[in-house]
Ligand binder design. Structure first.
Ligand code: PA5
Length: 475
């Protein structure tokens, strides 16, 4: 029962196989056709909300596949310049300003990119620094030569403490190493006007790319946030956007049976109502490993909300969990098969890998090993995915599979956009604000107060007056 996608142009589209969500297979633990039909007015409203909201408010991300020809050319030109001289390219950012570049790098570059020789790499070494662990920063500085490094500082707000502290550290080191003019070494990606980074970028004469106000951090991978690092790595960024455009067309199909993102969102919505509070994302491809991290952020920050649009207290959300097939079959799958009935497992599977590896014949006198010979690793991976799917389904656990024809720039663009649309539809079904993150802001503001940032005296007083920890509970 795969969605009937319109595979009408460009690369073949990803498909969603949702058989194992349905009562035809899971019995009472599944979702019936009748439940889907009863939902149709609510689904229609949610679909119309998203369709009518396109390009407005915080939904500027729906325009991204179509309006970036000129900026792509500028990015490709800048990336070419960087590739000509830089030995390393370092992204400084966090959350939506880091997870996308990491996911796309893993998906589309050699899996040992940084360890390849310069000739084979054909691009700078690539690092994404999304934490403020001092040991990690020292470790980075041990392996890069700052004089031969280009840093891309990415922060939409231009204010995030983690990213700005990294900026201060790197600028200090750079100025000592190369002198006052650091403009060759730093590219800024930020808001046109808001925040501190744009002011700094102007003062330091930094090459700057922009994130539109109407695109939130976790929806920003298809802006220069993700496109510049990808272009530096030699990835076909126009191909990514073409894939996103292909997916966009399908996602504007009002018939749910032809719209994979609307169907996936609706199934998750019904599953949430049935107490499935955990969404496991389990790629069966190492190339898609960090897509699960990227998904975790967009799903968690967008849907984890305490009030709905009418102001009712709701405390919605589905906790995303990342897993990797087959690795986590030997770690988490026992829980998924036999533990609480509180999860929906989403498999990411790839029809055609970029490599085929035949397992050689051997150990003929040990049949329990010899049976593997002659199969490919590709077959083994697929068999293990099907076996895990079978074990879950037999145990009546909801699961479904997103199938990519192969992993390339186009299908990665499709996948990113599919998840963005799925999240938008899910937020509309829940009738919440998908695009704010007051919980994240609370933590950011408390950090500012604790570190003495101007204007945060009231927040500091609030923290000082909060219930204090007692030493009797620390043992
Ligand atoms: O989705 C979001 O808005 C957040 O997760 C941000 O991406 C994250 O907090 C980083 O923010 P900024 O890009 O402003 O530094």
């Amino acid at each position: 029962m795969s969605c009937k996608c319109n595979c009408n142009s460009g690369t073949e589209l990803l498909k969603v196989d949702y058989n194992n969500m349905m009562s035809d297979i899971l019995g009472d633990e599944g979702i019936s056709q009748n439940e889907l039909e009863v939902m149709s007015p609510v689904v229609e409203n949610a679909f119309n909300d998203v369709k009518e909201g396109r390009g407005k408010g915080m939904m500027g991300w729906t325009d991204l596949p179509y309006v970036q020809d000129a900026i792509c050319d500028e990015i490709i030109e800048t990336a070419k310049g960087v590739r000509d001289w830089a030995e390393s390219f370092v992204v400084l950012g966090i959350g939506g300003s880091a997870l996308g570049p990491t996911a796309v790098f893993q998906a589309l570059c050699h899996m040992r990119h940084n360890e390849l020789s310069k000739d084979k790499r054909n691009a700078p070494k690539f690092y994404v620094e999304d934490n403020v662990d001092p040991e990690r920063m020292y470790a980075l500085l041990d392996v890069i030569d700052v004089e031969k490094t280009c840093f891309n500082i990415i922060t939409k707000s231009g204010a995030t403490s983690e990213t700005m502290s990294q900026y201060l550290i790197i600028v200090d080191i750079l100025k000592k190493a190369v002198g006052k003019d650091i403009s060759k070494h730093i590219i800024a990606t930020t808001d046109h006007e808001k925040g501190n980074l744009i002011k700094i970028a102007k003062e330091e004469n930094l090459k700057t790319f922009y994130i539109e106000d109407s695109v939130g951090g976790r929806f920003s991978e298809l802006t220069p946030v993700g496109l510049l690092p990808a272009a530096v790595l030699g990835i076909d960024i126009k191909g990514m956007l073409a894939g996103a455009a292909q997916m966009d067309k399908v996602c504007m199909e009002s018939d749910i049976e032809k719209n994979p993102a609307l169907m996936a969102a609706t199934l998750q919505y019904i599953a949430m109502a049935k107490g499935k509070n955990i969404s496991v994302m389990m790629p069966y491809a190492d190339s898609l490993k960090f897509m699960a991290d990227w998904y975790c952020q967009i799903w968690a920050e967008s849907l984890g909300k305490n009030i709905d649009n009418a102001g009712n207290s709701v405390n919605y959300g589905q906790t995303p969990v990342k897993a990797l097939g087959v690795t986590d079959q030997h770690s988490q799958v026992q829980l998924y098969v036999e533990g609480p009935f509180d999860k929906v497992v989403t498999f990411l599977s790839v029809e055609k890998f970029r490599k085929v590896l035949v397992i050689p014949h051997g150990c003929e006198d040990i049949p329990d090993v010899a049976f593997l010979g002659g199969h490919t690793m590709n077959e083994l991976l697929q068999a293990e995915k099907e076996a895990t799917e079978y074990a879950l389904t037999k145990a009546k656990r909801m699961n479904h599979t997103i199938i990519l024809p192969e992993v390339n720039a186009n299908t990665v663009g499709q996948l990113l956009y599919f998840f963005e649309m799925k999240t938008a539809f899910a937020g509309a079904l829940l009738d919440i604000n998908t695009y704010n993150q007051p919980g994240v802001e609370e933590g950011k503001n408390a950090t500012y107060a604790l570190l003495g940032k101007n204007g945060y005296d009231v927040k500091k007083a609030e923290l000082d007056n909060a219930p204090q920890k007692s030493s009797k509970y620390i043992i």
